[in-house]
Design a binder for this molecule. Structure first.
Ligand SMILES: Cc1cc2nc3c(=O)[nH]c(=O)nc-3n(C[C@H](O)[C@H](O)[C@H](O)COP(=O)(O)OP(=O)(O)OC[C@H]3O[C@@H](n4cnc5c(N)ncnc54)[C@H](O)[C@@H]3O)c2cc1C
Length: 433
């Protein structure tokens, strides 16, 4: 029996430090974010990066030979639960998306030259990156439809043409990891390849940061912007190709499965923050001669939220444990489960907390309206919930078959007949009395 739910005391100490650090040093950034430009934000981060490095927590998602901590997914999960409480926290720890995923794939598939040029400066915080896959004209939920094309040239280089959007951090990135079709006639999952494209390459046109629910007003060139990009006759050397031609999906799969553990744990951090606000509100807001905490609906919301967060947390940590023990492929089913379940838990807890704050919750005097807008996107990014549900259901149904003659296995009249035959000796004896 090897079930273990305890955290190593040493790592627990790190978690305690992280909780305090994120609350004291990172949360305050949120309150002045609209007054900061990217250069000022970078200045705030610089000393924080040093403290995180001194603590041995920088870029913890990578193995030690790449300057990371080699934590494994369970520890990373626990860490990301804390970092999730603020969108500014991952950046202070060198594990912000999309840099974290990009560093993983360059570590996995990059040549030594690519690592020197892109990976190590990325890990050192000297460069920023973005991941450019989704296109406005094709369904992001089905990337086998990608249209962006990279055509190989006689000199071994490529010419890239395409239209992308929602390339997160594209407008502050130094380089883009671009997914493009290299062989339109190959099998669906072998058509695309990945390329490292410096953002200042001629033909890379940053059109805008797309205004969205999280950032409704257009604001170009800030952390967290989602950039629309036109790639127009972008000439790339052969050294831009990451991995081999046709390996784009294979490489991105390595990035996605553990990445979802981190996202789900971050969503739990968001849910926890909303939950704390909900509980606090229940203790002081008076309605009709009583506090909110005395109303059964409020009690139900608190109890249901606690149960749902606990369930999502255990499911996610279990999936993390499975990856650590058996590898990413073994945990694909579990990771799909937590993707849509975790997204719903975050959404519902934030929604209840906002509701309990009434007008105050809807106002920007509380962070809840922002968390609510943030929570909404989780239901369709990282694979739309519907896609994950579909794959979970398909996998489950593979373990079943239709009953002979379409008579349900549990059909009581048939079972009764069978049971009468089975117990005939007893039933006959009773009847003979
Ligand atoms: C905040 C944010 C950050 C992002 N960052 C990046 C990034 O850095 N890089 C990048 O390349 N992209 C990024 N994206 C894009 C994101 O990956 C896509 O939005 C996502 O994959 C969905 O693709 P789509 O928008 O084209 O929607 P579609 O694929 O058109 O899907 C729309 C809806 O169709 C339904 N649907 C889809 N498939 C099925 C199905 N099989 N069964 C039933 N219903 C289905 C779902 O309801 C789904 O929400 C980001 C998006 C957001 C919102």
């Amino acid at each position: 029996m090897a079930w273990e739910f305890a955290t190593d005391p040493e790592f627990e100490e790190q978690l305690v430090w992280m909780r305090e650090f994120v609350r004291e040093e990172i949360w305050p950034i949120e309150a002045v974010e609209h007054e900061l430009d990217q250069a000022q934000l970078d200045r705030i981060y610089a000393p924080l990066h040093e403290r995180v490095k001194e603590r041995g927590l920088w870029a913890a998602h990578l193995p030690p030979d790449l300057g990371g901590q080699g934590f494994g997914q369970v520890k990373l999960g626990l860490m990301n639960e804390i970092l999730g409480t603020s969108i500014y926290a991952p950046n202070a720890f060198g594990c912000q998306a999309p840099d974290s995923g990009n560093s993983e794939i360059i570590a996995l598939a990059g040549t030594e030259e690519q690592k020197e040029r892109w990976l190590y400066p990325l890990l050192g915080g000297e460069l920023k990156s973005a991941f450019s896959m989704t296109e406005p004209e094709t369904a992001g939920s089905d990337p086998t439809q990608l249209r962006t094309l990279a055509v190989r040239q006689p000199d071994g280089g490529y010419v890239l043409n395409g239209h992308k959007w929602f390339t997160s951090n594209g407008s502050i990135a130094d380089f883009l990891v671009v997914m493009a079709v290299t062989d339109p006639n190959a099998k669906p999952h072998e058509r695309a390849s990945m390329f490292i494209v410096p953002v200042d390459t001629p033909g890379v046109n940053l059109v805008r940061d797309v205004p969205n629910m999280e950032h409704p007003l257009e604001h170009f060139g800030m952390l967290g912007g989602h950039t629309e990009i036109l790639y127009e006759d972008v000439r790339l050397g052969a050294d831009a190709l990451l991995g081999k031609e046709g390996e784009g999906f294979l490489i991105s799969q390595h990035r996605l499965v553990p990445g979802r553990i981190h996202h789900c744990m971050r969503w739990l951090g968001v849910a926890r923050r909303a939950f704390d606000m909900m509980c606090e509100r229940a203790l002081y807001r008076e309605v009709r001669g009583g506090l909110l905490r005395e109303k059964q609906t409020v009690q139900n919301w608190i109890a249901d939220s606690a149960a749902e967060m606990q369930a999502a947390r255990l499911m996610t940590l279990h999936a993390a444990w499975k990856i650590d023990r058996y590898g990413s492929s073994a945990a694909r089913h579990d990771v799909s489960l937590i993707k849509f379940f975790g997204a719903k838990v975050m959404h519902d807890v934030v929604d209840r907390a906002l509701q309990l704050h009434g007008g105050l919750g809807y106002s920007t005097d509380m962070p809840l309206e922002k968390l609510y807008r943030y929570a909404r996107h989780a239901r369709f990014v990282d694979g739309a919930d519907e896609v994950h549900r579909e794959s979970v259901a398909r996998r489950i149904l593979r373990g079943y078959e239709a009953p002979p003659g379409n008579v349900p296995t549990e059909y009581v009249p048939a079972r009764r007949e069978a049971a009468r035959r089975k117990f005939a000796h007893v039933l006959d004896a009773v009847a003979a009395k």
